[in-house]
Write a new protein. Structure first.
Length: 190
């Protein structure tokens, strides 16, 4: 059990028989006889929905342990992504809705860490920065204007905004959390 005032981002908790991942957390001190409160943004790991809530600081919540194991990504069909443990060859299925938008950046032979809570896979961890290839964009413009951006399509079909000097075939570094261009990669993608 953990007090609500000790909750931190990244933890997994059980509240009202539902399992949640703490996405953001802020503790606010109380004044006088009023106790403090912890404001949290939670992701329901069963449904994938986000929920914002405030807990009294003295409320006890059940903290769940999170295990991480590296799994090989095998393939994805319309609704699920399939992973395999490279040591035991055990396969697990994670719904695309649980992984989120980042599921489009999974490719065969990728070995991301998979998080398990109570033996069930609940999320896939991605690196902060990923190298991807631009397959389609307007021709590169070499002008003094560096602050303008244009649309580019990546090899997985995702469209992002890139600087004018990026051309088709370039490998770029992409911030996965918000799909934001970081810089041009030095090597080749994947």
């Amino acid at each position: 059990m953990v007090a609500a005032s000790q909750i931190r981002a990244g933890m997994a908790i059980r509240y009202e028989r539902q399992i949640y991942r703490v996405m953001n957390c802020e503790y606010h001190l109380g004044q006088g006889k009023m106790g403090g409160a912890t404001h949290v943004r939670l992701k329901n790991l069963g449904t994938g929905t986000l929920w914002e809530h405030s807990f009294r600081s003295d409320l006890k919540l059940e903290e769940l342990s999170v295990e991480k194991q590296s799994f090989d990504f095998l393939y994805a069909d319309g609704d699920n992504c399939y992973f395999m443990n490279p040591e035991t060859y055990e396969q697990v299925t994670i719904p695309v809705d649980v992984i989120g938008e980042q599921a489009r950046f999974l490719y065969p032979a990728m070995r991301p860490p998979v998080e398990f809570i109570e033996g069930q896979p609940v999320s896939v961890l991605f690196p902060d920065i990923l190298e991807v290839r631009v397959t389609d964009t307007t021709p590169a413009m070499h002008q003094q204007v560096d602050s303008t951006f244009k649309t580019a399509r990546l090899d997985n079909g995702v469209e992002i905004m890139v600087p004018q000097f990026i051309k088709s075939g370039d490998t770029i570094r992409l911030e996965i959390e918000n799909l934001k261009y970081v810089d041009r990669a030095k090597g080749t993608a994947r």
